[in-house]
Write a protein that binds this ligand. Structure first.
Ligand code: FES
Length: 390
């Protein structure tokens, strides 16, 4: 690896410290030309238009021709500092840097002395607090001076005395020579031949037989994650013809039991007979609300109602809190957790808050004995949205 830098001897002196000095004969330094920088013999390069594609009159230029086509920008003129051209100025900078490093040493000494000399132990009450305060201040001061001064000294050194001339590092081509590549291939082939997989078919086949099922070791333990949820996430205990019973008394209800504006919390009858009744209760909990029939604005909602009685899942579609607050005047259902608000007269559409979709409606009917029953289960999963529901 080689490099190139401005090495002209500084020739002037006597300017002010702030002035930047331009020695004669250094403008437009000799830059490294592209072919020198890469060290490669350019392959032929196809002409390109302004967008990088082959130009209309694409011509093929050799590397040498390209070098003539694009001027060598070279290096910008190097600007010398005062300390580069004036030995006295350089000596002053040196002393300044040394002073900063010396100040750092003093800071370190202050820290060490303060650490041993000002000890809170042995004192009590106000005196101890006073010593803690003094110790902390001195330790902080010493550490601050030590770190700041050493950093400032290093920066001052780099900016005023260290070489700051531009350097071009010539990169070598990354590609190995053809001989090296051929040698590497030969070594690999030789190694493969030595292993003898081609000749020893028994070993090769048994190795493949051992590797093929190896992936099962990673897959089999997934069984321990438990049974698949099946329909547990999508269905509830509501089934066609199942009666609505009040929660928690378990009393079946008839339409005439609910006045206009009334709200009843209901569950499916016999929910306690399920294997996991608590889970089923959480999913199937439902609010029954009676509206005046002409207050229902949505056709599907009206179709699934009985005499203005509508039933909606009580599980908020945001993150699953119980939607338990009903405003009789506005017909709004409010979730207390994050204030999602649903309009019961418009199929429980979300009118405020973070919930992403309406509360699912339970289709209702009346059985032979006049009790309210579910016509079928909810048509969509209840509760928070998840990956299948967006
Ligand atoms: S859970 Fe209902 S708004 Fe968040």
């Amino acid at each position: 690896m080689s490099d190139q830098r401005h090495t002209g001897q500084p020739a002037s002196s006597g300017a002010s410290d702030d002035a930047q000095i331009q020695p004669p004969g250094t403008g437009g330094g000799e830059g490294v030309r592209p072919s020198e920088a890469t060290g490669s013999s350019h392959a032929e390069i196809e002409g390109r238009d302004a967008h990088g594609g082959p130009g209309a009159g694409a011509e093929r230029l050799s590397g040498a021709e390209l070098e003539q086509r694009y001027a060598n920008p070279g290096l910008p003129a190097h600007v010398y500092r005062r300390s580069d051209v004036d030995p006295k100025a350089a000596k002053r900078r040196e002393r300044e840097v040394a002073a900063l490093f010396g100040l750092s040493t003093l800071g370190t000494l202050l820290f060490i002395v303060a650490y041993f000399a000002v000890k809170p132990s042995g004192a009590e009450g106000a005196e101890m607090l006073e010593r803690v305060g003094l110790s902390t201040k001195l330790l902080g001061l010493g550490l601050g001076i030590a770190l700041f001064a050493i950093g400032a000294g290093a920066i001052h050194w780099a900016k005023t005395l260290m070489p700051d001339d531009e350097v071009v590092v010539v990169r070598k081509p990354m590609r190995s020579s053809d001989e090296d590549r051929a040698e590497a291939v030969a070594v690999m082939k030789e190694g493969a031949a030595g292993v003898g997989l081609g000749r020893r078919k028994l070993i090769r086949n048994s190795l493949l037989g051992a590797l093929a099922p190896l992936g099962l070791l990673a897959i089999l333990p997934l069984r321990d994650l438990g049974p698949l949820p099946g329909a547990a996430l999508t269905g509830t205990a509501w089934k066609p013809g199942r009666r609505l019973v009040t929660d928690p008394t378990g009393r079946p209800i008839k339409p005439e039991d609910i006045p206009i504006g009334g709200v009843v919390h209901v569950l499916p009858e016999d929910i306690e007979e399920y294997e996991h009744p608590i889970n089923e209760r959480e999913k199937a909990t439902t609010l029954v609300i009676r509206l005046a029939p002409d207050e229902i604005k949505n056709e599907k909602e009206r179709d699934w109602s009985v005499d203005g009685i509508v039933a909606y899942s009580k599980v908020c579609t945001h993150v699953g809190c119980p939607v338990g607050l009903y405003e009789q005047q506005t017909h709004h259902l409010l979730c207390p957790c994050h204030q999602s608000t649903f309009d019961v007269t418009r199929d429980c559409a979300v009118i405020f808050g973070p919930a992403a979709r309406p509360l699912p409606q339970l289709p209702l009917a009346v059985d032979d004995e006049g009790y309210l029953v579910a016509r079928e289960d909810f048509h969509e999963p209840v509760g928070p949205s998840y990956w299948e529901r967006g």
